[in-house]
Every structure is written in structure tokens, then in C-alpha cells.
Write a protein that binds this ligand. Structure first.
Ligand SMILES: [Zn+2]
Length: 210
């Protein structure tokens, strides 16, 4: 059944999917279809993640089925945005794996519970990024927009703002001596231990973040 479902999934779904999510949704739908008939324990972390998304209300069975069989990513993303807020980065979501998926669930629930409080500052940060207007930017370009905005004192200075954006995987920074290719950028979601470099001069907005 599980393997059969893989074969039945829409090509447009597969293009936007990744291993962790793909095994999770396939196993989740398999268990739905075979409920009570088999005891299944394949892909526990992957399947737990899907269960938890549905249980918390970030998406639902019908939306997952539509995503899987028709490739309706827009419909899926709309349910998650409705739950957790419009600014969620689906680029960062696509980096989920068995190691970080539970933390991501906690985070989604947190966003749902406190739609404004912890995010007030982030909305303002995103406004600064929008003001900068380019996917790659320098510290001074960020600083220039920063000085024209009222950040309400939530961040000590523009470096603290850049750090927060980095920690949320919204931006990466060009490593010292990096040539500028994609691999010379440091991203928190790629390396959860990557420290923020306070002296970084060049940054890039995550392509999944729009
Ligand atoms: Zn599989």
C-alpha cells in the first residue's frame, strides 16, 4: 500500500516534496487507508510529524490528500499560513527532517498561540527587508533602511535585527573569504550550530521566503 501510494502521487506534488515529508505523508495516508487492518510502524518520526500537523490544526486530511494526489501545494501552504501566520517560510520548512521536525511543530504551535506578541518585531524586520528590496544585500543597505524605520526598541541595533533574521533562517550571510556561490553562505537551517557572524557584510534572503 505504501509503495503503491508513492506511485499514485502527483508529479507536481513530488517536485515540491522532500524525503522526510514524502515518507511522512505517504505513511500517514497509508495508515488512514488501512486503519485497524494492519499494525504499522514504518517511518515513525515522519508519520508523527504529519499526525501532529493535523492534530494541532495546521492542516487537515483532505488538504493533505489533495496535495498528494493533485499537487496542490498552494492549498496546503494556505492552511499552514492560516494557522501559523502569513510570514511562514516554506523554503525553511522544506529542510525539515527527523531531527528538527518536533522543534518545528513546537514553533508552529507557538506562532498559533501568540500571533502578535513574539512576532511583532519580526514583522518589523520583514518590513526592513522589504524596504531593502533585493535578495542579496549589504550591511549598509540594511542599516540605511533600518534607520528610517521605528523598530519600537525591540532590537538593540541593526546587528541584532540581522541576527534575529539569521536565527529564523530568513537570511544567510556570506562567510569571510567566501566566493559568493551558494555554498559560501552560512544558513542556520543547514547547520543548526552555525553561529551568527557579527562582522558579516553581505547577506542573502532565503529563496523560499517571499
Ligand atoms: Zn516510502
Amino acid at each position: 500500500m505504501h509503495e503503491m501510494l508513492h506511485a499514485l502521487s502527483a508529479e507536481s506534488y513530488g517536485k515540491g516534496s522532500w524525503f522526510f515529508f514524502d515518507e511522512g505523508i505517504t505513511e500517514y495516508l497509508t495508515r488512514m487507508a488501512t486503519v485497524g487492518r494492519f499494525k504499522r510502524n514504518a517511518y515513525p518520526a515522519e508519520c508523527d510529524f504529519m499526525n501532529r500537523l493535523v492534530t494541532m490544526g495546521a492542516t487537515d486530511d483532505a488538504t493533505l490528500a489533495r496535495l498528494y494526489f493533485t499537487g496542490d501545494w498552494a492549498g496546503f501552504e494556505a492552511t499552514v499560513r492560516k494557522f501559523a501566520g502569513a510570514w511562514i517560510s516554506f523554503g525553511a520548512l522544506r529542510t525539515l527532517n527527523a531531527m528538527n521536525s518536533l522543534a518545528a511543530c513546537d514553533y508552529l504551535e507557538e506562532l498559533h498561540k501568540y500571533p502578535e506578541a513574539p512576532l511583532g518585531g519580526y514583522h518589523a524586520l520583514l518590513e526592513v527587508l522589504r524596504g531593502v528590496g533585493t535578495t542579496q544585500f549589504t550591511r549598509s543597505a540594511f542599516q540605511e533602511v533600518w534607520e528610517r524605520r521605528d523598530l519600537g526598541g525591540e532590537f538593540a541595533d541593526s546587528t541584532a535585527g540581522l541576527r534575529a533574521l539569521f536565527e529564523f533562517s530568513v537570511i544567510g550571510y556570506l562567510r569571510t573569504g567566501g566566493g559568493g556561490g551558494d555554498s559560501s553562505y552560512a544558513w542556520r537551517y543547514r547547520d543548526t550550530r552555525a553561529p551568527f557572524d557579527e562582522s558579516a557584510e553581505t547577506f542573502r534572503v532565503h529563496p523560499g521566503f517571499k
